[in-house]
Ligand binder design. Structure first.
Ligand code: UTP
Length: 307
């Protein structure tokens, strides 16, 4: 079976509550948190555009305003920069509004990722489409989505992105049971949301990129809330396995989970370290600061030391 339609649309769910990042996410979506000097969501829209998907539907929640404003023109700001003749900053401001045609839909109650994807049904219609989680960054130097689209167009059905994780971490992710097809492309035979480590069929975790068949909408309409009382996308994709092929592409590149505070901090440091303007001074500073910090900790342990 082969995919008969090209993938042209991307859906970006960005309606989660982001409770791990409170209070920063009280009035602003976590997808707007800056990663170095760009909001996380801009990296995701850039990735969609690079893969040729310039029709983007963002699924937003109650704090959608900053997202809409970021991808819109900023006439006053542009005017001020023009008057100052600051072309570099002007092009940075333009960039976000020129990446793609962005549409918005509200999820209403954030009842889980599956529920967010279902909100895209009308916009997507009867075509395969990509889903990119708004808080999951894939490094621009390590292509993934392009490969997933290729597999979908060749094999039909749906494609999920998989990443090897240490066995003790698999309970944090959706987990795939697989049969190898070729290289890093696997046929998925089962998907289990956050299994206990001793029940996981593999150490292959589902990460935030999907290319889905539109059949998923029918399944989502009848998917009952699963783990955590949420409508799980993993459960719906799992139900597709009986009727359509589901493949997994194993990603071995750099990925940053900006929804988790520690991973977010690591993402900022790693991406800043790679930048020509910020990398050298940041690395120099880290090199002197880290030993100083270790010395301080050794002299005065955080618990005040044994006494
Ligand atoms: P998370 O599982 O990270 O949930 O969502 P969350 O609510 O955003 O964050 P925490 O756990 O409370 O800190 C993964 C992605 O799915 C979107 C989120 O915006 C994020 O991009 N999402 C999640 C929705 O759009 N709607 C939902 O109901 C749930």
């Amino acid at each position: 079976m082969t995919g008969t339609q090209r993938v042209t649309k991307a859906v970006i769910p960005a309606a989660g509550l982001g409770t791990r990042f409170l209070p920063a996410t009280k009035a602003s979506p976590k997808e707007m948190l800056p990663v170095v000097d760009k909001p996380a969501i801009q990296y995701v829209v850039e990735e969609a555009a690079r893969a040729g998907l310039d029709d983007v539907l963002m699924v937003t929640g109650r704090n959608k305003r900053p997202l809409e404003d970021h991808f819109d023109r900023a006439v006053e700001l542009e005017h001020t920069l023009e008057l100052k003749g600051d072309k570099d900053k002007l092009s940075l401001v333009h960039e976000a509004s020129e990446l793609a045609t962005i549409h918005y839909v509200r999820q209403g109650d954030p009842r889980g990722l599956g529920h967010a994807v279902l909100a895209a049904a009308q916009h997507v219609g009867d075509e395969p489409f990509a889903v990119l989680l708004g808080d999951d960054l894939i490094d621009a130097r390590d292509p993934l989505l392009e490969l997933m689209i290729e597999v979908q167009e060749r094999e039909g059905g749906s494609v999920v992105a998989l990443m090897e994780v240490p066995p003790e971490s698999i309970s944090l992710y959706g987990c795939a049971a697989v049969e190898e097809v070729e290289g890093d492309v696997w046929r998925v035979t089962d998907l289990i949301e956050k299994p206990p480590a001793d029940e996981a069929p593999s150490n292959l975790a589902v990460i935030g990129r999907y290319v889905l068949s539109p059949t998923v909408f029918e399944v989502l309409r009848r998917t009952e809330p699963g783990r955590g009382g949420e409508i799980q996308l993993t459960d719906a994709i799992c139900s597709l396995i009986a009727s359509e092929p589901v493949h997994g592409v194993v990603f071995r590149g750099r990925r940053y989970d900006t929804g988790d505070r520690l991973d977010y901090l690591k993402a900022v440091v790693r991406l800043a370290a790679d930048r020509e303007d910020l990398g050298p001074p940041l690395l120099d500073w880290l090199q002197t600061w880290l030993p100083e910090r270790r010395q301080q900790d050794a002299a005065a342990p955080p618990d005040g030391g044994a006494c």
